[in-house]
Design a protein around this ligand. Structure first.
Ligand SMILES: NC(=O)c1ccc[n+]([C@@H]2O[C@H](COP(=O)([O-])OP(=O)(O)OC[C@H]3O[C@@H](n4cnc5c(N)ncnc54)[C@H](O)[C@@H]3O)[C@@H](O)[C@H]2O)c1
Length: 478
């Protein structure tokens, strides 16, 4: 290859399998103008001498720090939560899906430490931002965590550092919001420091894919930043997918989550369409999923939950307003999915009235599963909390069983539930204490057959009871 000739395949991986038309990227070797700072940092990355800073040691930051550490880097975890920092430094896991022994092993070789001291942000060669991007009370994007982080970095920024944003956000955040804040330091992006966006695809509790095996999309707005960011992620992740700009990389993440939200809304709607026809949506999806092409199964449920699917689509619809472009699919999917908790409650109300001649007011109900999805300890945006409050507002006496969420923490939307604790697993007691169970989350550590044998009415919003064979007449699919 001649110096200056653009490379049409990825320098580190050759042709990217199954990725199609990703942009051709000029490698640092091919570009004579690649500065000494870039080449120097790439050499440090290749030698695993670069120090990686991860800002925001939560569900995304911790697995990333573990990946960097396991690939031989020195890692500094930054977090404003001093309690979390102390726990990580003591080797304690703060997230149930991350095995305690992995966190315990982190600090043992002296290559990891956590800190709340943001003035130390000038230390690492690379800073990866993994802070929250929620919605505010008007359901508009709340970028305050990202902005505060960028302000803290700007105070400490030094020439040659690479800053990479991973928090999910709308196209333009990196270039229109983060970059100007960082440049208040007097340093210029793409010349003095480097800036990229790489969307997080973490899926806590996923047994098949983990941080290092999930391909990582990387976008930046200048060649040096892109080449550097690719080099960093290539050192951490098995497969890296470069795209032409930070806004494209931001849009990739939102597209993935909007795809899920819209398809979940579709099967939720089909559930309501098929039900009066006596057709089970679950059976339909299982059979349709046998088609080897052109169909991807999504499953109905009690409503969306978690930090991503209920929130991220609205980052795009908010940004689209700036361009006066309607986002009807996003709005419609949101409308259908947010109605599901009420639908599930109505199913329970009808089943109690129809089968037990009992009003919801005064009925004793056991909610089974509170987390937003199975086998995780995350309650953020969980529809179970909404259902809990609707039922209590209607006069039901509600308890819950969930060993993943033994106590309900403080949440902005469901303050009244703070401090409520799981009941112990005791089917004999359940048979005396509850008129109905409502399965909201299908954790694998629940004996659904025992549940159905102990409680006369089990409303199941996840088809968690699909393999229960006895007393099936007690089950109502919601
Ligand atoms: N949780 C997921 O499965 C997931 C998946 C894909 C993408 N994401 C995205 O990743 C981002 C992070 O999500 P998360 O689930 O890891 O959040 P989290 O709440 O678990 O962790 C965020 C951490 O950032 C810390 N923090 C907040 N402000 C800070 C600051 N100014 N400086 C340093 N630390 C700060 C918090 O104390 C917390 O420990 C979000 O944008 C989210 O949408 C999350």
């Amino acid at each position: 290859m001649f110096i200056g000739q653009p490379v049409t395949h990825h320098r580190f991986y050759g042709p990217l399998k199954g990725i199609g038309s990703v942009m051709p990227v000029q490698s640092d070797v091919a570009r004579p103008e690649a500065g000494a700072k870039v080449t120097g940092l790439i050499a440090r990355i290749k030698a695993h001498e670069a120090v990686i800073g991860v800002i925001g040691m939560g569900y995304v930051g911790q697995p990333l720090a573990l990946a960097a550490h396991s690939r031989g880097f020195h890692v500094v975890g930054f977090d404003v939560d001093m309690d979390r920092v102390a726990k990580l430094n003591q080797g304690h896991s703060t997230i149930k899906t991350i095995p305690a022994e992995r966190i315990a092993a982190l600090g043992k070789d002296g290559r990891f430490r956590a800190t709340s001291e943001l003035s130390e942000l000038s230390g690492p060669d690379v800073l990866i931002i993994c802070v929250p991007t929620p919605l505010n009370k008007y359901r508009d994007p709340d970028l305050s965590f990202v902005e505060k982080t960028a302000e803290a970095i700007a105070k400490a920024l030094r020439p040659g550092q690479l800053i990479c944003l991973e928090s999910t956000t709308f196209p333009g955040t990196t270039s229109e919001i983060v970059k100007p804040i960082l440049e208040t330091s007097g340093l210029e992006a793409g010349r003095d420091f480097y800036l990229a966006f790489s969307p997080e695809r973490e899926d806590p509790g996923n047994k098949k894919f983990h941080t290092e095996s999930i391909p990582k999309v990387v976008g930046a707005d200048d060649d040096d930043s892109r080449v550097l960011a690719e080099a960093v992620y290539r050192a951490l992740i098995d497969n890296v997918v470069p795209v032409s700009s930070s806004a494209t990389a931001e849009a990739v993440k939102l597209t993935e989550n909007i795809f899920r939200s819209v398809n979940i809304a579709l099967v939720n709607e089909l559930k309501h369409v098929y039900e009066p026809m006596g057709v089970s949506i679950w059976e339909v999806i299982d059979a349709a999923a046998t088609k080897p092409f052109g169909f991807m199964p999504f499953y109905p449920g009690p409503g969306l939950g978690g930090h991503c699917i209920p929130i991220d689509p609205f980052y795009l619809s908010w940004k689209a307003r700036e361009y006066n472009v309607p986002t009807r699919f996003i709005e419609l999917a949101g409308e259908i999915n947010t109605a599901e908790p009420n639908h599930v409650v109505q199913k329970l109300v009808n089943a109690l009235a129809g089968r037990q001649k009992r009003a919801i007011n005064g009925a004793r109900v056991l909610l089974v599963g509170l987390s937003y999805k199975k086998n995780v300890d995350d309650l953020r945006e969980s529809p179970a909390l909404t259902i809990f409050e609707i039922l209590e507002a209607q006069g039901a006496k509600v308890d819950y069983f969930d060993t993943w969420a033994p106590e309900i923490p403080e949440t902005r939307e469901h303050r009244a539930l703070k401090g409520r604790k799981t009941v112990a697993w005791d089917p004999d007691k359940f048979s005396r204490d509850y008129d109905a169970a409502l399965i909201v989350t299908d954790h694998e550590n629940v004996n659904y057959a025992a549940l159905v044998n102990s409680i006369e009415l089990v409303v199941d919003s996840r088809n968690a009871t699909r393999s229960v064979s006895s007393n099936r007449d007690r089950i109502v699919l919601a």
